[in-house]
Design a binder for this molecule. Structure first.
Ligand code: FES
Length: 167
């Protein structure tokens, strides 16, 4: 019979704890990666200037989203920042005063990528954080800060531009 020394026992306990912690973090990530909602965010990737043309209004159905990349982080530093453009569902348009909204896609809790849930709110799959698709404010879950918002402009042809972060 193999005897376990005190040192072996401590090592085994540490390895088990680390494995459990990794698994608890990894499961939401795997769930997210394997979901249909993973988007590439190639629009704007590599761009370094604003305004950034994102799409045309006809590219987006009501109650849908498109991911793009801002060339600046919300704090003004240079960076490729994942962002979502949302065409709101009709019942939210009057409250918003616009059909279009854009927010950072980086959850303000621990940085997972958020997405729009159909007929619902902006959702973070990692710890069930919910954000308002009109204001970016936290509605539920562990995040404490709202999602930073992007200034959007739409021209007479329906082309949509990101102009910068709202302060
Ligand atoms: S990272 Fe989004 S809720 Fe935790």
């Amino acid at each position: 019979m193999v005897e376990m020394t005190r040192r072996d026992f401590i090592k085994a306990s540490v390895v088990t704890s680390v494995a459990l912690a990794a698994a608890s973090l990894g499961i939401p990530l795997v769930q997210y990666i394997s979901s249909e909602r993973v988007v590439t965010g190639k629009i704007g990737a590599g761009s370094s200037s604003l305004p950034l043309k994102i799409a045309n209004i006809n590219d987006l159905e009501p109650d849908s989203q498109m991911q793009f990349t801002m060339p600046l982080n919300p704090d003004g530093s240079r960076g490729q920042h994942p962002t979502i453009l949302i065409r709101l569902r009709p019942e939210l348009v009057q409250k918003a005063g616009t059909e279009l909204k854009a927010f950072s896609a980086v959850c303000t809790h621990l940085g997972c990528i958020v997405h729009l849930e159909k007929k619902d709110d902006i959702y973070c799959p990692c710890h069930a954080g919910y954000f308002d698709p009109v204001t970016g404010e936290v509605l539920a879950g562990p995040p404490k800060k709202p999602l930073p918002e992007v200034k959007i402009r739409i021209d007479e042809n329906g082309d949509i531009y990101a102009e910068g972060w709202k302060k």
